[in-house]
Design a protein around this ligand. Sequence first.
Ligand code: NAG
Ligand code: NAG
Length: 344
Amino acid sequence: MKSFKVFWAFSFIVYHAFFVKVDGAKRLVPALYVFGDSSVDAGNNNNLITHAKANVPPNGIDFNNRATGRFTNGKTFADLIAIKLGLPLQPPYLGISKSERYQEINGINYASGACGILNDSRDGECLSLDKQIEYFTSTVVNDLPKHKHFKSKDKLKHHLSKSIYLISVGSNDYFLNYLKPEIRTYKNMNPEEFADYLLDQLSSKIKTIYNLGARKFVVGTVNQIGCSPNLYCNETINQMVKPCSDKLLMKVQEMEKKFSGSMFVSANGFNFFNKIKNDPKKYGFINIFKSCIQQGLPCTNRKDYYFWDFGHITEAALKIYANECFSGSKMCFPDVKKLAHTHL
Ligand SMILES: *[C@@H]1O[C@H](CO)[C@@H](O)[C@H](O)[C@H]1NC(C)=O
Ligand SMILES: *[C@@H]1O[C@H](CO)[C@@H](O)[C@H](O)[C@H]1NC(C)=O
């Protein structure tokens, strides 16, 4: 327990350092709230009973050499988007002491590795999307109103409606659920039907976030999990998850229509990998199928790799993705910069 406290004390120093660094940058939105799986977990799983923990080296080797619980060598996609928005990095909800939660006005990260959109997509203890939203509800209802900036209800409403909500989840609903032969629950659904079911579930969970005052959303779901290094780019698996990627844009556009005054960005990690696959050299990659980590040791040339470990992506690849999502490319549609600047 003691080493745990020391660890978090250190994390706060790291966050503080980032905060100071970006303090001068123009802040485009009040806060970023992050939900999802290991693609954006910033250390919530450090506090849970699970094998899905990343607070051991070589994770974080390019994060000031700190294994904070991020499942990559450096910053996550959520971190990189936060920086582009002129915000400090969001701390993991379970890493903040109860009495200090009300002070986190730059946003909080609720994401948890090895969980999915569905409650029954999990491996060990993790925060299901429902649980993450329950914690967010507590942030809005119990914590933020204690802050001096939000003494008036209108101020809090303004904060929540201008902030961005990044949700990156779905790969585990395939990895740990639909594609697992021993799980029979969804076997009667074909890939199209399962994708529709998943996206409907996601939509109803996002509605709860919307009902609390959120308006600006970035939603990402599956990656090309068939290409994870331990699956040797199995196209059969990619074809099974592809409907979820194909239907994402239409689904978020449907949500935008249904949830009045909202705006949605669809972030398509599946298509992003296609782009990289088609021309790895253009993006500076030499190896896009192999894991950078081999026998527990990280590669030295981490910028040459797309995959960090058995399934997570290097910071080098995430930086390209975040840059493309933030402005210009169709990987995120519309782009996050536009989302930040739009007055709803
Ligand atoms: C998931 O679990 C939560 C809380 O345990 C519950 O409220 C919700 O209805 C469940 N959702 C599904 C789809 O089972
Ligand atoms: C690809 O995955 C499918 C489904 O899990 C499996 O049946 C098949 O054997 C795999 N193909 C290869 C080449 O590994």
